[in-house]
Design a protein around this ligand. Sequence first.
Ligand code: G6P
Ligand code: ZN
Length: 564
Amino acid sequence: MSSAVASKIIETRVYEGQKPGTSGLRKAVRVFMQEHYTENFVQAILQSLGEQLPGSTLVVGGDGRYYGKETVGKIIKIAAANKVKKLIIGQNGILSTPAVSTIIRKYKTQGGIVLTASHNPGGPDADFGIKFNCENGGPAPDHVTNKIYEITKVLKSYKIAPDVTVDIDKIQSTTIQVDGSPFIIDVVDSVNDYLEHMKNIFDFSSIKALLQGSNSNPPFKILINAMNGVTGPYIKRIFINELGVDNSSIVNAIPLEDFGGLHPDPNLTYAKGLVNAMKDGPYDFGAAFDGDGDRNMILGKKAFFVTPSDSLAVLAANLNSIPYFKKTGVKGYARSMPTGAAVDRVAAKNDIKIYEVPTGWKYFGNLMDAGHLSLCGEESFGTGSDHIREKDGIWACLAWLSVIASLKKSVEEILLNHWQTYGRNFFTRYDYENCDSEAANKMMQHIESELEKPGFVGSKLTSEGKTYIVKLGDNYSYTDPVDGSQASKQGLRILFQDGSRIIYRLSGTGSSGATIRVYIDSYENDPASLTKDAQEVLKPLVTVALEISKLREFIGRDAPTVIT
Ligand code: G6P
Ligand code: ZN
Protein backbone atom coordinates (compact mmCIF):
# COMPACT_ATOMS: atom_id res chain seq x y z
CA MET A 1 0.00 0.00 0.00
CA SER A 2 1.30 3.44 -0.80
CA SER A 3 1.82 5.55 2.29
CA ALA A 4 0.08 8.60 0.83
CA VAL A 5 -3.57 8.39 -0.09
CA ALA A 6 -6.49 10.68 -0.80
CA SER A 7 -10.01 10.66 0.54
CA LYS A 8 -13.18 11.02 -1.45
CA ILE A 9 -16.82 11.78 -0.90
CA ILE A 10 -19.50 9.16 -1.50
CA GLU A 11 -23.09 10.17 -2.13
CA THR A 12 -25.48 8.31 0.11
CA ARG A 13 -29.11 8.31 1.06
CA VAL A 14 -30.76 8.80 4.42
CA TYR A 15 -31.68 5.66 6.34
CA GLU A 16 -34.61 5.91 8.69
CA GLY A 17 -34.37 4.68 12.24
CA GLN A 18 -30.71 5.26 13.06
CA LYS A 19 -31.71 6.43 16.50
CA PRO A 20 -29.32 5.07 19.10
CA GLY A 21 -31.17 3.35 21.96
CA THR A 22 -30.10 2.74 25.57
CA SER A 23 -26.77 1.46 24.33
CA GLY A 24 -26.12 2.64 20.82
CA LEU A 25 -27.59 1.57 17.50
CA ARG A 26 -28.53 -2.08 17.72
CA LYS A 27 -30.11 -3.91 14.78
CA ALA A 28 -30.04 -7.15 12.87
CA VAL A 29 -26.75 -7.71 11.03
CA ARG A 30 -28.54 -7.63 7.69
CA VAL A 31 -29.74 -4.09 8.44
CA PHE A 32 -26.16 -2.95 8.99
CA MET A 33 -25.12 -4.75 5.79
CA GLN A 34 -27.25 -2.54 3.57
CA GLU A 35 -25.20 -0.41 1.24
CA HIS A 36 -23.88 2.71 3.05
CA TYR A 37 -25.90 1.97 6.21
CA THR A 38 -22.93 1.40 8.52
CA GLU A 39 -20.87 4.09 6.78
CA ASN A 40 -23.65 6.64 7.32
CA PHE A 41 -23.86 5.95 11.02
CA VAL A 42 -20.09 6.09 11.49
CA GLN A 43 -19.98 9.39 9.59
CA ALA A 44 -22.78 10.73 11.83
CA ILE A 45 -20.88 9.73 14.99
CA LEU A 46 -17.75 11.48 13.76
CA GLN A 47 -19.61 14.59 12.65
CA SER A 48 -21.28 14.84 16.05
CA LEU A 49 -17.82 15.52 17.50
CA GLY A 50 -17.86 18.90 15.70
CA GLU A 51 -14.72 20.93 16.33
CA GLN A 52 -13.23 18.11 18.40
CA LEU A 53 -13.02 15.86 15.34
CA PRO A 54 -9.96 17.16 13.45
CA GLY A 55 -6.85 15.88 15.21
CA SER A 56 -8.82 13.60 17.54
CA THR A 57 -7.85 10.18 18.87
CA LEU A 58 -10.53 7.49 19.09
CA VAL A 59 -10.57 3.94 20.44
CA VAL A 60 -12.15 1.18 18.34
CA GLY A 61 -12.98 -2.38 19.27
CA GLY A 62 -15.79 -4.76 19.96
CA ASP A 63 -16.98 -8.07 21.28
CA GLY A 64 -15.81 -10.12 18.31
CA ARG A 65 -19.26 -10.73 16.91
CA TYR A 66 -20.00 -11.26 13.23
CA TYR A 67 -19.55 -8.11 11.11
CA GLY A 68 -17.24 -6.55 13.70
CA LYS A 69 -14.01 -6.86 11.76
CA GLU A 70 -15.57 -5.59 8.58
CA THR A 71 -16.90 -2.59 10.46
CA VAL A 72 -13.48 -1.85 11.96
CA GLY A 73 -12.18 -1.74 8.37
CA LYS A 74 -14.87 0.77 7.44
CA ILE A 75 -14.23 2.91 10.52
CA ILE A 76 -10.51 3.08 9.70
CA LYS A 77 -11.22 4.40 6.20
CA ILE A 78 -13.93 6.85 7.28
CA ALA A 79 -11.97 8.17 10.27
CA ALA A 80 -8.93 8.69 8.03
CA ALA A 81 -10.98 10.82 5.64
CA ASN A 82 -12.56 12.82 8.46
CA LYS A 83 -9.25 14.12 9.80
CA VAL A 84 -9.12 11.90 12.88
CA LYS A 85 -5.46 11.85 13.88
CA LYS A 86 -5.20 8.47 15.52
CA LEU A 87 -7.16 5.29 16.11
CA ILE A 88 -6.31 2.88 18.91
CA ILE A 89 -7.69 -0.49 17.85
CA GLY A 90 -7.82 -3.73 19.80
CA GLN A 91 -5.98 -6.63 18.10
CA ASN A 92 -8.38 -8.67 15.94
CA GLY A 93 -10.92 -5.90 16.56
CA ILE A 94 -11.36 -7.23 20.09
CA LEU A 95 -11.93 -4.94 23.06
CA SER A 96 -14.39 -5.55 25.84
CA THR A 97 -16.67 -2.64 26.66
CA PRO A 98 -14.89 -2.08 30.01
CA ALA A 99 -11.53 -2.18 28.19
CA VAL A 100 -12.70 0.53 25.75
CA SER A 101 -13.70 2.68 28.69
CA THR A 102 -10.34 2.03 30.37
CA ILE A 103 -8.35 2.94 27.25
CA ILE A 104 -10.35 6.11 26.52
CA ARG A 105 -9.67 7.33 30.05
CA LYS A 106 -6.04 6.23 30.23
CA TYR A 107 -4.99 7.90 26.98
CA LYS A 108 -7.47 10.79 27.35
CA THR A 109 -8.95 10.24 23.91
CA GLN A 110 -11.97 12.08 22.54
CA GLY A 111 -14.02 8.89 22.74
CA GLY A 112 -14.40 5.44 21.32
CA ILE A 113 -16.58 3.33 19.08
CA VAL A 114 -17.70 0.00 20.52
CA LEU A 115 -18.90 -2.67 18.12
CA THR A 116 -21.30 -4.76 20.12
CA ALA A 117 -24.89 -5.73 20.64
CA SER A 118 -23.91 -6.64 24.20
CA HIS A 119 -25.87 -9.68 25.38
CA ASN A 120 -27.88 -10.14 22.17
CA PRO A 121 -27.02 -13.23 20.07
CA GLY A 122 -24.51 -12.83 17.22
CA GLY A 123 -23.98 -14.26 13.73
CA PRO A 124 -25.26 -13.44 10.25
CA ASP A 125 -28.88 -13.89 11.33
CA ALA A 126 -28.55 -12.18 14.68
CA ASP A 127 -27.63 -8.73 15.96
CA PHE A 128 -24.91 -6.16 15.57
CA GLY A 129 -24.44 -2.78 17.20
CA ILE A 130 -22.41 0.39 17.14
CA LYS A 131 -22.10 2.50 20.25
CA PHE A 132 -20.27 5.74 20.88
CA ASN A 133 -18.55 6.42 24.18
CA CYS A 134 -17.47 9.94 25.09
CA GLU A 135 -14.21 11.24 26.46
CA ASN A 136 -15.16 10.30 30.03
CA GLY A 137 -15.21 6.68 28.81
CA GLY A 138 -18.96 6.29 29.26
CA PRO A 139 -21.87 5.74 26.88
CA ALA A 140 -22.90 8.91 25.09
CA PRO A 141 -25.63 10.76 26.99
CA ASP A 142 -28.95 11.66 25.39
CA HIS A 143 -27.89 15.04 24.04
CA VAL A 144 -25.05 13.39 22.11
CA THR A 145 -27.09 10.45 20.79
CA ASN A 146 -29.82 12.89 19.76
CA LYS A 147 -27.24 14.92 17.85
CA ILE A 148 -26.01 11.77 16.09
CA TYR A 149 -29.59 10.88 15.20
CA GLU A 150 -30.32 14.37 13.83
CA ILE A 151 -27.25 14.08 11.59
CA THR A 152 -28.37 10.68 10.26
CA LYS A 153 -31.67 12.22 9.22
CA VAL A 154 -30.06 14.65 6.78
CA LEU A 155 -26.84 12.92 5.80
CA LYS A 156 -26.27 13.15 2.04
CA SER A 157 -22.69 11.92 1.80
CA TYR A 158 -19.83 10.48 3.77
CA LYS A 159 -16.06 10.81 3.50
CA ILE A 160 -13.85 7.81 2.99
CA ALA A 161 -10.21 7.04 2.24
CA PRO A 162 -10.70 3.68 0.52
CA ASP A 163 -7.02 2.87 0.22
CA VAL A 164 -6.29 2.92 3.93
CA THR A 165 -6.04 -0.67 5.06
CA VAL A 166 -4.24 -2.22 7.99
CA ASP A 167 -3.92 -5.79 9.23
CA ILE A 168 -5.71 -5.53 12.58
CA ASP A 169 -4.68 -9.06 13.56
CA LYS A 170 -1.15 -7.80 14.09
CA ILE A 171 -0.04 -5.54 16.93
CA GLN A 172 1.63 -2.64 15.13
CA SER A 173 1.62 1.10 14.64
CA THR A 174 1.12 2.40 11.12
CA THR A 175 1.23 5.97 9.85
CA ILE A 176 -0.30 6.86 6.52
CA GLN A 177 -0.43 10.28 4.91
CA VAL A 178 -4.08 10.96 4.16
CA ASP A 179 -4.79 14.12 2.17
CA GLY A 180 -1.34 15.30 3.20
CA SER A 181 -1.69 14.77 6.97
CA PRO A 182 -0.45 11.85 9.07
CA PHE A 183 -3.09 9.34 10.17
CA ILE A 184 -1.92 6.87 12.81
CA ILE A 185 -3.39 3.44 13.43
CA ASP A 186 -2.21 1.73 16.61
CA VAL A 187 -3.28 -1.89 16.83
CA VAL A 188 -2.81 -2.71 20.50
CA ASP A 189 -2.94 -5.78 22.72
CA SER A 190 -6.59 -6.11 23.76
CA VAL A 191 -5.86 -6.98 27.38
CA ASN A 192 -2.75 -5.07 28.60
CA ASP A 193 -4.28 -1.76 29.67
CA TYR A 194 -7.27 -3.39 31.31
CA LEU A 195 -5.11 -5.89 33.18
CA GLU A 196 -2.85 -3.13 34.45
CA HIS A 197 -5.91 -1.23 35.71
CA MET A 198 -7.26 -4.28 37.55
CA LYS A 199 -3.88 -4.86 39.18
CA ASN A 200 -3.94 -1.31 40.51
CA ILE A 201 -7.46 -1.72 41.89
CA PHE A 202 -7.27 -5.14 43.53
CA ASP A 203 -4.78 -6.99 45.66
CA PHE A 204 -4.01 -9.84 43.26
CA SER A 205 -1.81 -11.57 45.82
CA SER A 206 -4.65 -12.01 48.31
CA ILE A 207 -6.97 -13.31 45.57
CA LYS A 208 -4.23 -15.66 44.42
CA ALA A 209 -3.73 -16.94 47.94
CA LEU A 210 -7.46 -17.64 48.21
CA LEU A 211 -7.57 -19.50 44.89
CA GLN A 212 -4.40 -21.49 45.51
CA GLY A 213 -5.21 -22.38 49.09
CA SER A 214 -2.69 -22.81 51.89
CA ASN A 215 -1.82 -25.34 54.57
CA SER A 216 -4.88 -24.38 56.58
CA ASN A 217 -7.27 -23.67 53.65
CA PRO A 218 -8.05 -25.83 50.64
CA PRO A 219 -7.93 -24.12 47.23
CA PHE A 220 -11.05 -22.08 46.50
CA LYS A 221 -12.36 -23.60 43.30
CA ILE A 222 -13.79 -21.27 40.67
CA LEU A 223 -15.50 -21.75 37.34
CA ILE A 224 -15.57 -18.82 34.94
CA ASN A 225 -17.67 -18.94 31.79
CA ALA A 226 -17.03 -16.33 29.09
CA MET A 227 -20.05 -17.51 27.06
CA ASN A 228 -17.87 -17.44 23.91
CA GLY A 229 -17.81 -13.67 24.18
CA VAL A 230 -15.10 -11.08 24.40
CA THR A 231 -13.94 -11.82 27.96
CA GLY A 232 -12.09 -15.03 26.97
CA PRO A 233 -8.70 -13.42 26.37
CA TYR A 234 -9.10 -11.27 29.48
CA ILE A 235 -9.97 -14.08 31.87
CA LYS A 236 -7.21 -16.29 30.49
CA ARG A 237 -4.62 -13.63 31.21
CA ILE A 238 -6.06 -12.67 34.58
CA PHE A 239 -7.07 -16.01 36.03
CA ILE A 240 -4.60 -18.39 34.42
CA ASN A 241 -1.48 -16.26 33.95
CA GLU A 242 -1.81 -13.92 36.92
CA LEU A 243 -3.83 -15.85 39.49
CA GLY A 244 -2.60 -19.31 38.62
CA VAL A 245 -5.87 -21.22 38.18
CA ASP A 246 -5.80 -24.15 35.77
CA ASN A 247 -7.29 -24.20 32.28
CA SER A 248 -10.27 -26.30 33.34
CA SER A 249 -11.58 -23.42 35.47
CA ILE A 250 -12.12 -21.28 32.38
CA VAL A 251 -14.73 -22.29 29.82
CA ASN A 252 -16.06 -20.89 26.54
CA ALA A 253 -13.04 -18.62 26.49
CA ILE A 254 -12.49 -18.23 22.75
CA PRO A 255 -14.50 -15.32 21.31
CA LEU A 256 -16.72 -16.68 18.54
CA GLU A 257 -18.54 -14.61 15.92
CA ASP A 258 -21.83 -16.27 16.79
CA PHE A 259 -21.02 -16.97 20.45
CA GLY A 260 -21.26 -20.64 19.53
CA GLY A 261 -25.00 -20.20 19.20
CA LEU A 262 -25.30 -19.06 22.82
CA HIS A 263 -27.42 -16.14 23.89
CA PRO A 264 -24.52 -14.48 25.70
CA ASP A 265 -26.51 -13.06 28.61
CA PRO A 266 -25.37 -14.17 32.05
CA ASN A 267 -28.58 -15.07 33.82
CA LEU A 268 -30.12 -18.27 35.14
CA THR A 269 -31.81 -19.04 31.83
CA TYR A 270 -29.15 -18.23 29.25
CA ALA A 271 -26.13 -19.23 31.33
CA LYS A 272 -27.57 -22.70 32.01
CA GLY A 273 -24.19 -24.24 31.21
CA LEU A 274 -22.61 -22.53 34.20
CA VAL A 275 -25.61 -23.17 36.44
CA ASN A 276 -25.58 -26.91 35.71
CA ALA A 277 -21.82 -27.24 36.08
CA MET A 278 -22.03 -25.47 39.42
CA LYS A 279 -24.93 -27.62 40.59
CA ASP A 280 -23.12 -30.86 39.89
CA GLY A 281 -19.53 -29.76 40.38
CA PRO A 282 -17.10 -29.12 43.21
CA TYR A 283 -16.88 -25.37 42.61
CA ASP A 284 -17.07 -22.78 45.37
CA PHE A 285 -17.69 -19.85 43.06
CA GLY A 286 -18.94 -19.33 39.52
CA ALA A 287 -19.15 -16.32 37.24
CA ALA A 288 -20.35 -15.66 33.72
CA PHE A 289 -20.15 -12.55 31.56
CA ASP A 290 -22.09 -11.28 28.58
CA GLY A 291 -20.90 -10.87 24.99
CA ASP A 292 -19.07 -7.57 25.52
CA GLY A 293 -17.97 -8.23 29.09
CA ASP A 294 -19.86 -5.60 31.04
CA ARG A 295 -22.50 -7.84 32.65
CA ASN A 296 -21.87 -10.50 35.27
CA MET A 297 -23.62 -13.26 37.15
CA ILE A 298 -22.19 -14.56 40.43
CA LEU A 299 -22.98 -17.99 41.84
CA GLY A 300 -21.89 -19.74 45.00
CA LYS A 301 -21.48 -23.45 45.72
CA LYS A 302 -24.17 -25.70 44.21
CA ALA A 303 -25.25 -22.76 42.02
CA PHE A 304 -26.39 -20.59 44.93
CA PHE A 305 -27.62 -17.52 43.04
CA VAL A 306 -26.61 -14.00 44.06
CA THR A 307 -29.12 -11.54 42.64
CA PRO A 308 -27.44 -8.51 41.08
CA SER A 309 -29.26 -6.31 43.60
CA ASP A 310 -27.81 -8.32 46.50
CA SER A 311 -24.41 -8.44 44.83
CA LEU A 312 -24.35 -4.64 44.79
CA ALA A 313 -25.36 -4.47 48.45
CA VAL A 314 -22.75 -7.01 49.58
CA LEU A 315 -19.99 -5.21 47.71
CA ALA A 316 -21.18 -1.89 49.15
CA ALA A 317 -20.93 -3.31 52.65
CA ASN A 318 -17.42 -4.65 52.05
CA LEU A 319 -15.61 -2.09 49.93
CA ASN A 320 -12.84 -1.93 52.50
CA SER A 321 -11.65 -5.32 51.16
CA ILE A 322 -10.55 -3.57 47.95
CA PRO A 323 -7.40 -1.40 47.93
CA TYR A 324 -8.84 1.06 45.35
CA PHE A 325 -11.60 2.18 47.71
CA LYS A 326 -9.18 2.50 50.60
CA LYS A 327 -7.38 5.05 48.47
CA THR A 328 -10.37 6.91 47.03
CA GLY A 329 -12.80 6.61 49.93
CA VAL A 330 -16.45 5.77 49.33
CA LYS A 331 -18.20 8.79 47.86
CA GLY A 332 -21.65 7.36 47.34
CA TYR A 333 -23.67 4.42 46.08
CA ALA A 334 -26.24 4.29 43.30
CA ARG A 335 -28.66 1.88 41.72
CA SER A 336 -31.10 2.06 38.85
CA MET A 337 -34.72 2.58 39.80
CA PRO A 338 -35.92 -1.01 39.19
CA THR A 339 -32.96 -2.51 41.06
CA GLY A 340 -33.85 -4.05 44.42
CA ALA A 341 -33.28 -1.62 47.26
CA ALA A 342 -30.89 -3.81 49.30
CA VAL A 343 -28.03 -1.32 48.82
CA ASP A 344 -30.19 1.47 50.27
CA ARG A 345 -30.04 -0.31 53.63
CA VAL A 346 -26.25 -0.48 53.52
CA ALA A 347 -26.17 3.21 52.67
CA ALA A 348 -28.47 4.08 55.57
CA LYS A 349 -26.43 2.06 58.04
CA ASN A 350 -23.07 3.42 56.85
CA ASP A 351 -24.41 6.93 56.42
CA ILE A 352 -23.37 7.08 52.80
CA LYS A 353 -25.37 8.87 50.14
CA ILE A 354 -27.43 6.70 47.79
CA TYR A 355 -28.70 7.79 44.38
CA GLU A 356 -31.54 6.29 42.35
CA VAL A 357 -31.29 6.81 38.59
CA PRO A 358 -33.23 5.57 35.54
CA THR A 359 -32.21 2.32 33.84
CA GLY A 360 -29.03 2.81 31.79
CA TRP A 361 -25.42 3.05 32.85
CA LYS A 362 -25.04 6.49 31.31
CA TYR A 363 -26.98 8.01 34.21
CA PHE A 364 -24.24 6.99 36.64
CA GLY A 365 -21.54 8.71 34.61
CA ASN A 366 -22.47 12.29 35.50
CA LEU A 367 -22.53 11.45 39.20
CA MET A 368 -19.11 9.79 38.94
CA ASP A 369 -17.60 12.65 36.96
CA ALA A 370 -18.81 15.05 39.66
CA GLY A 371 -17.22 12.89 42.38
CA HIS A 372 -20.51 11.82 44.00
CA LEU A 373 -20.38 8.12 43.32
CA SER A 374 -18.05 5.18 43.92
CA LEU A 375 -20.13 2.04 43.46
CA CYS A 376 -23.26 1.33 41.48
CA GLY A 377 -25.27 -1.45 39.96
CA GLU A 378 -28.37 -2.55 38.16
CA GLU A 379 -30.66 -5.53 38.43
CA SER A 380 -29.82 -6.24 34.78
CA PHE A 381 -26.59 -7.93 35.89
CA GLY A 382 -24.48 -4.78 35.80
CA THR A 383 -22.10 -3.90 38.62
CA GLY A 384 -19.28 -1.40 38.58
CA SER A 385 -17.51 1.55 40.08
CA ASP A 386 -15.93 4.85 39.19
CA HIS A 387 -12.75 3.08 38.03
CA ILE A 388 -14.25 3.40 34.53
CA ARG A 389 -17.56 4.66 33.12
CA GLU A 390 -19.09 1.32 32.14
CA LYS A 391 -20.25 -1.61 34.18
CA ASP A 392 -17.57 -4.24 34.39
CA GLY A 393 -18.14 -7.99 34.63
CA ILE A 394 -14.58 -9.09 35.39
CA TRP A 395 -14.19 -6.27 37.90
CA ALA A 396 -17.32 -7.52 39.70
CA CYS A 397 -15.88 -11.03 39.81
CA LEU A 398 -12.55 -9.79 41.19
CA ALA A 399 -14.42 -7.61 43.70
CA TRP A 400 -16.33 -10.65 44.95
CA LEU A 401 -13.16 -12.72 45.22
CA SER A 402 -11.55 -9.88 47.19
CA VAL A 403 -14.48 -9.85 49.62
CA ILE A 404 -14.35 -13.63 49.99
CA ALA A 405 -10.58 -13.53 50.53
CA SER A 406 -11.03 -10.98 53.25
CA LEU A 407 -14.11 -12.41 55.01
CA LYS A 408 -12.96 -16.02 54.57
CA LYS A 409 -16.54 -17.20 54.18
CA SER A 410 -18.49 -18.93 51.45
CA VAL A 411 -20.75 -16.95 49.10
CA GLU A 412 -23.82 -18.36 50.82
CA GLU A 413 -22.55 -17.51 54.31
CA ILE A 414 -21.74 -13.97 53.18
CA LEU A 415 -25.28 -13.50 51.89
CA LEU A 416 -26.84 -15.00 54.98
CA ASN A 417 -24.80 -12.78 57.28
CA HIS A 418 -25.67 -9.80 55.13
CA TRP A 419 -29.40 -10.49 55.39
CA GLN A 420 -29.10 -11.04 59.13
CA THR A 421 -27.53 -7.60 59.46
CA TYR A 422 -29.60 -5.60 57.00
CA GLY A 423 -32.77 -7.61 56.37
CA ARG A 424 -33.45 -9.00 52.90
CA ASN A 425 -34.91 -7.38 49.82
CA PHE A 426 -36.44 -10.23 47.87
CA PHE A 427 -36.27 -9.42 44.18
CA THR A 428 -37.41 -10.97 40.94
CA ARG A 429 -37.84 -9.87 37.36
CA TYR A 430 -40.23 -11.39 34.86
CA ASP A 431 -39.39 -10.83 31.18
CA TYR A 432 -41.83 -11.32 28.35
CA GLU A 433 -39.71 -11.22 25.21
CA ASN A 434 -40.73 -10.63 21.64
CA CYS A 435 -44.24 -9.39 22.37
CA ASP A 436 -46.37 -7.51 19.91
CA SER A 437 -45.24 -3.86 20.25
CA GLU A 438 -48.68 -2.36 19.88
CA ALA A 439 -50.15 -4.68 22.49
CA ALA A 440 -47.29 -3.92 24.86
CA ASN A 441 -47.82 -0.18 24.47
CA LYS A 442 -51.54 -0.60 25.08
CA MET A 443 -50.82 -2.56 28.23
CA MET A 444 -48.51 0.17 29.51
CA GLN A 445 -51.19 2.79 28.80
CA HIS A 446 -53.70 0.68 30.65
CA ILE A 447 -51.42 0.39 33.69
CA GLU A 448 -50.72 4.10 33.66
CA SER A 449 -54.41 4.89 33.59
CA GLU A 450 -54.94 2.56 36.56
CA LEU A 451 -52.23 4.40 38.49
CA GLU A 452 -53.82 7.74 37.72
CA LYS A 453 -57.28 6.75 38.92
CA PRO A 454 -58.44 8.75 41.92
CA GLY A 455 -58.36 6.46 44.91
CA PHE A 456 -55.50 4.31 43.61
CA VAL A 457 -53.17 5.75 46.23
CA GLY A 458 -54.32 4.31 49.54
CA SER A 459 -56.08 1.37 47.89
CA LYS A 460 -55.54 -2.11 49.26
CA LEU A 461 -54.41 -4.87 46.91
CA THR A 462 -54.76 -8.37 48.24
CA SER A 463 -53.45 -11.71 47.06
CA GLU A 464 -53.02 -15.03 48.83
CA GLY A 465 -53.81 -13.52 52.19
CA LYS A 466 -51.31 -10.69 51.86
CA THR A 467 -52.50 -7.10 51.62
CA TYR A 468 -50.46 -4.27 50.18
CA ILE A 469 -51.49 -0.61 50.59
CA VAL A 470 -50.53 1.66 47.70
CA LYS A 471 -48.36 4.61 48.69
CA LEU A 472 -47.61 5.99 45.24
CA GLY A 473 -48.16 5.18 41.59
CA ASP A 474 -46.38 7.11 38.84
CA ASN A 475 -44.36 7.14 35.68
CA TYR A 476 -40.82 7.59 36.99
CA SER A 477 -38.96 10.73 36.05
CA TYR A 478 -35.50 11.85 37.02
CA THR A 479 -33.64 15.11 37.28
CA ASP A 480 -29.88 14.76 37.17
CA PRO A 481 -28.55 16.43 40.31
CA VAL A 482 -25.38 17.50 38.50
CA ASP A 483 -26.56 19.15 35.31
CA GLY A 484 -30.32 19.35 35.86
CA SER A 485 -31.09 17.33 32.72
CA GLN A 486 -34.34 15.45 32.87
CA ALA A 487 -35.51 12.01 31.85
CA SER A 488 -39.21 11.21 31.96
CA LYS A 489 -41.36 8.11 31.36
CA GLN A 490 -38.69 5.79 32.73
CA GLY A 491 -40.99 3.08 34.04
CA LEU A 492 -44.32 2.70 35.81
CA ARG A 493 -43.94 2.36 39.55
CA ILE A 494 -46.25 1.20 42.27
CA LEU A 495 -44.78 1.77 45.71
CA PHE A 496 -46.46 0.20 48.73
CA GLN A 497 -46.52 1.35 52.32
CA ASP A 498 -44.36 -1.56 53.50
CA GLY A 499 -41.60 -0.59 51.04
CA SER A 500 -42.50 -3.24 48.46
CA ARG A 501 -42.49 -2.16 44.83
CA ILE A 502 -43.84 -3.27 41.46
CA ILE A 503 -42.29 -1.74 38.36
CA TYR A 504 -43.21 -2.15 34.70
CA ARG A 505 -40.89 -1.17 31.88
CA LEU A 506 -40.45 -1.82 28.21
CA SER A 507 -36.92 -2.86 27.37
CA GLY A 508 -34.78 -0.37 25.47
CA THR A 509 -32.26 -2.91 24.22
CA GLY A 510 -34.26 -5.53 22.33
CA SER A 511 -34.01 -5.56 18.56
CA SER A 512 -37.33 -7.09 17.56
CA GLY A 513 -40.81 -6.70 19.00
CA ALA A 514 -41.25 -5.49 22.57
CA THR A 515 -39.87 -6.96 25.76
CA ILE A 516 -41.96 -6.28 28.84
CA ARG A 517 -40.18 -6.34 32.17
CA VAL A 518 -42.00 -6.64 35.47
CA TYR A 519 -39.82 -6.05 38.53
CA ILE A 520 -40.83 -7.02 42.05
CA ASP A 521 -38.99 -5.94 45.18
CA SER A 522 -40.10 -6.68 48.72
CA TYR A 523 -38.36 -6.24 52.07
CA GLU A 524 -38.44 -8.76 54.93
CA ASN A 525 -36.52 -8.69 58.19
CA ASP A 526 -38.18 -11.58 59.99
CA PRO A 527 -35.25 -13.98 60.69
CA ALA A 528 -37.47 -16.94 59.83
CA SER A 529 -38.07 -15.63 56.31
CA LEU A 530 -34.52 -14.74 55.34
CA THR A 531 -33.62 -17.99 53.61
CA LYS A 532 -36.93 -18.55 51.90
CA ASP A 533 -37.21 -18.98 48.16
CA ALA A 534 -37.66 -15.60 46.46
CA GLN A 535 -40.31 -16.89 44.05
CA GLU A 536 -42.34 -18.22 46.94
CA VAL A 537 -42.08 -15.02 49.00
CA LEU A 538 -42.89 -12.79 46.04
CA LYS A 539 -45.75 -14.84 44.61
CA PRO A 540 -48.53 -12.67 46.07
CA LEU A 541 -46.96 -9.50 44.68
CA VAL A 542 -46.37 -11.12 41.30
CA THR A 543 -50.05 -12.03 41.20
CA VAL A 544 -51.00 -8.44 42.06
CA ALA A 545 -48.67 -7.17 39.33
CA LEU A 546 -50.14 -9.45 36.69
CA GLU A 547 -53.69 -8.58 37.69
CA ILE A 548 -53.21 -4.81 37.59
CA SER A 549 -51.47 -4.99 34.22
CA LYS A 550 -53.94 -7.44 32.64
CA LEU A 551 -50.83 -8.85 31.00
CA ARG A 552 -52.51 -12.12 30.06
CA GLU A 553 -55.34 -10.30 28.30
CA PHE A 554 -53.16 -7.80 26.46
CA ILE A 555 -50.23 -10.03 25.56
CA GLY A 556 -51.69 -13.51 25.60
CA ARG A 557 -48.84 -15.05 27.57
CA ASP A 558 -49.25 -17.33 30.55
CA ALA A 559 -45.61 -17.41 31.54
CA PRO A 560 -42.59 -15.17 31.19
CA THR A 561 -39.74 -16.01 28.81
CA VAL A 562 -37.11 -15.45 31.49
CA ILE A 563 -37.29 -15.14 35.25
CA THR A 564 -34.33 -13.64 37.05
C1 G6P B 1 -27.94 -2.09 28.92
C2 G6P B 1 -27.46 -0.94 29.69
C3 G6P B 1 -27.84 -1.09 31.13
C4 G6P B 1 -29.31 -1.26 31.26
C5 G6P B 1 -29.81 -2.34 30.37
C6 G6P B 1 -31.31 -2.25 30.34
O1 G6P B 1 -27.31 -3.25 29.36
O2 G6P B 1 -26.06 -0.81 29.58
O3 G6P B 1 -27.39 0.01 31.84
O4 G6P B 1 -29.68 -1.59 32.57
O5 G6P B 1 -29.32 -2.17 29.07
O6 G6P B 1 -31.79 -3.03 29.36
P1 G6P B 1 -33.33 -3.03 29.01
O7 G6P B 1 -33.42 -4.11 27.99
O8 G6P B 1 -34.04 -3.38 30.30
O9 G6P B 1 -33.67 -1.65 28.53
ZN1 ZN C 1 -23.09 -5.92 27.68
